[in-house]
Design a protein around this ligand. Structure first.
Ligand SMILES: Cc1cc2nc3c(=O)[nH]c(=O)nc-3n(C[C@H](O)[C@H](O)[C@H](O)COP(=O)(O)OP(=O)(O)OC[C@H]3O[C@@H](n4cnc5c(N)ncnc54)[C@H](O)[C@@H]3O)c2cc1C
Ligand code: FES
Length: 266
């Protein structure tokens, strides 16, 4: 299967709301290796500026991939003009997709489907976890947190993604527990040590590095950055490693070894 990213128009197959301002967008998958958990695509559902349109395509992690049906899902939270435009799409329309982009977990852990994992998702960091869960053959538990309980994804949809999960929110509203997602994770690590795969806001990903060091478990993180070109050229996504070298998250990530990224440096 080709690994080179392409820019193409893809038909929209479905758009399904999965929670407050949160929708699943299903398109016909262009050729490419979309199954590596953490890989992403840039999407565009608007014309060229000027016309009050965003200049850049917007990056999103692959949520689920069904190669047999050639269906590709994204899980998207509406936060601004680009995601609002994507939310207006209807089946039969097309969008522009560039991808697959970046490296997922497979490069760092080739036998990831056999690895018992704790998956940690903050907010829409839930998106790439499903692509991983769909392939896992080892025990897994998903810890999924939102700041506001009302922002939690639809309970039944989540239960369909993850056989074992803990949902949690800081205000305790909705169906989840009250607290922070690291709390049940620490309790689980005290019972059984497993590798961690995480995606979410920078504060969460940063906090998990000392946790992984303390418990001496591998830690893989899917890191968000401002992606301009997405092709390794503009360096807008450059991040420092602890050895002083730098990586481009759009090429060398977004999934990185969370024990080698320098979380204190931009
Ligand atoms: C690797 C990666 C994976 C992501 N995966 C998902 C996902 O699966 N689901 C999801 O809902 N969101 C995801 N995002 C975030 C998503 O890209 C932004 O929410 C989206 O770009 C916002 O666009 P907007 O026009 O709606 O909002 P804006 O008002 O333009 O921006 C809202 C926020 O998004 C950020 N943003 C805008 N443009 C970019 C860009 N080119 N690159 C990075 N951040 C940008 C802004 O800095 C701002 O903080 C991901 C981001 C990255 C970098
Ligand atoms: S987004 Fe341009 S180099 Fe990564």
């Amino acid at each position: 299967m080709t690994d080179a990213p392409t820019i193409t128009q893809a038909p929209v197959l479905a758009l399904t709301w999965r929670g407050q301002n949160l929708f699943q967008l299903t398109i016909l998958a262009p050729p490419g290796d979309w199954g590596d958990p953490g890989r992403l695509a840039k999407l565009r559902a608007w014309g060229q500026p000027p016309a009050g349109q965003p200049l850049l395509d917007r990056p999103f992690s692959v949520h689920r991939y069904r190669p047999g049906a050639r269906e590709l899902d994204f899980l998207i939270r509406v936060v601004g003009p680009g995601t609002q435009a994507l939310a207006q799409l209807r089946p039969g329309q097309t969008l522009q997709i560039t991808g697959p982009l970046g490296q997922g977990l497979r490069r760092l852990q080739p036998d990831f489907p056999q690895t018992p994992l704790y998956l940690v998702a903050g907010g829409v960091g839930l998106a790439p976890q499903a692509n991983l869960l769909d392939q896992l053959q080892a025990p897994a538990h998903l810890f999924y947190g939102e700041r506001r309980g009302q922002a939690l994804i639809d309970h039944d949809y989540l239960a369909g993604l993850a056989p074992n999960f803990t949902a949690i929110s800081e205000d305790g509203l909705g169906y989840g527990q009250k607290g922070q997602v690291t709390e049940p994770l620490l309790a689980a690590l005290n019972q059984e040590r497993r590798a961690i795969f995480a995606c979410g806001p920078p504060g969460l990903l940063t906090a998990l590095a000392p946790v992984a060091r303390t418990y001496k478990v591998p830690y893989w993180a899917s890191v968000e950055a401002f992606l301009a070109c997405g092709l390794g050229v503009c360096l807008s996504c450059s991040r420092a490693l602890t050895d002083g070298s730098r990586i481009r998250l759009c090429q060398d990530g977004p999934v990185v070894d969370g024990l080698t990224l320098d979380w204190g440096k931009p």
